[in-house]
Design a protein around this ligand. Structure first.
Ligand SMILES: *Cc1c(COP(=O)(O)O)cnc(C)c1O
Length: 369
């Protein structure tokens, strides 16, 4: 039997080696290793690709969430609404500013933040709402944005898993007031190292985030803000420009694989398949199903040669980082997802035949539990 891998970050290098090596040589020859044409070029391309005006390259995805909050003056005493169920970076970004994350439970269909529970979580300290397009499935943004505009709140998308995901005809990055992206190697658009970006239509926000990422400076040795250092390397930007041209095709492959799984596993007993909100298009960063006896299924699939993973096994409010402050709270949907979730392999490194074969094994193994 063929050996499948869950994720293959080397796949994109092998498939685009000549172009990536040429991009490397261009940056190395340019003598510009911070900023410069490669970075400016990628920022313009990625903003346009998302359908937004500005992109600011940053050191990683976490910073792409922290800096827009800081730029808006959000800090101690303020609250930011976040999904209970997300990769922990969403919560950590809020905590880094000194503000308090206010978790809202997950929607059992999409596993994204439960839109119906957000309004009740707003207090007079709320400054921003940070939905996550988790697993590549976008949150429906229209009503949320109207709510934020009416209440004077920032709508900051955590788009780290959602490059190209669509709500109506808006891509992630153009759904809220601003969005943070990650280019961690395993993301749908990944660098060969760390990277991230802020995307927004707000010129003032983009300018301030850029300053915060560069020692609070617009002009060398003139420091108007107490900023830090969080920049996207031009080498990574050059690689990302090469890869961006293939992102639509890679996302389409993910969508085709997800369609195979959804179709072939539709009647497998006890499996709960991932749902996508009406009017949205997922880019399937992950394919996360649920099963009441997840551990048994996980073991059996590994033995049958299907690599699987857990996203995520421990609810954020129960993790060591947050248990002291949030451990007494209960988010039943998020907790149930953590206990039952199982991620199947998905990505452009897999063919549709691979997806058919994997789905066949998953169906058979699940039935034999
Ligand atoms: C990956 C990720 C981040 C953080 O990105 P890094 O580049 O690893 O810092 C933030 N939020 C979510 C939902 C992520 O998946």
């Amino acid at each position: 039997m063929r050996a499948y891998s869950f994720l293959d970050v080397g796949f994109t290098y092998r498939s685009l080696k000549a172009d990536l090596d040429a991009a490397y040589a261009r940056v190395m020859d340019s003598g510009m290793y911070i900023g410069g044409a490669a970075l400016d070029g990628f920022e313009a391309e990625f903003a346009a690709w998302c359908g937004a005006k500005y992109c600011v390259g940053l050191g990683n995805g976490l910073e792409a969430l922290v800096l827009p909050l800081r730029a808006r003056g959000i800090g101690p005493g303020d609250e930011v609404i976040v999904p209970a169920h997300t990769f922990i970076a969403t919560w950590l970004a809020v905590a880094q500013t000194g503000a308090t994350p206010v978790p809202v439970d997950a929607d059992p269909l999409t596993m994204n933040i439960d839109l119906g529970k957000i309004e009740a979580a707003i207090t007079d300290r709320t400054r921003a709402i940070m939905p996550v397009h988790l697993y590549g499935a976008p949150v429906q943004g229209e009503a949320l944005r109207a709510l934020c505009d009416a209440r004077g709140l920032m709508l900051l998308e955590d788009a780290a898993q959602a490059h190209g995901a669509q709500d109506g005809n808006r891509r992630a990055g153009a759904i809220g007031h601003a969005a943070g992206f990650s280019f961690y190697p395993g993301k749908n658009l990944g660098a060969f190292g760390d990277g991230g970006a802020l995307v927004t239509d707000d010129a003032e926000l983009a300018d301030k985030v850029r300053m915060l990422s560069n020692y609070g400076s617009r002009v060398k040795y003139q420091h108007d803000l107490a900023g830090g250092n969080s920049r996207l390397d031009p080498l990574q930007a050059a690689f990302l420009s090469v890869k961006l041209k293939h992102l639509e095709a890679w996302n389409a492959r993910r969508q085709d694989i997800a369609a195979v799984y959804l179709n072939r596993l539709a009647s497998t007993p006890d499996l709960r398949l991932p749902g996508v909100a009406p009017g949205t298009q997922s880019v399937w960063h992950l394919f996360v199903l649920r099963h009441p006896n997840r551990e048994a299924l996980r073991q059996a699939l590994i033995e049958a040669g299907v690599p699987v993973a857990l996203h995520y096994p421990i609810a954020n409010h129960k993790s060591g980082a947050f248990a002291a402050e949030f451990g007494h709270l209960s988010f039943p949907v998020a907790e149930a997802i953590c206990d039952t979730c199982l991620s199947l392999p998905i990505g452009p490194h897999l063919s549709l035949q691979d997806a058919e074969d994997i789905a066949g094994i998953v169906d058979q193994v699940t039935r034999s539990l």
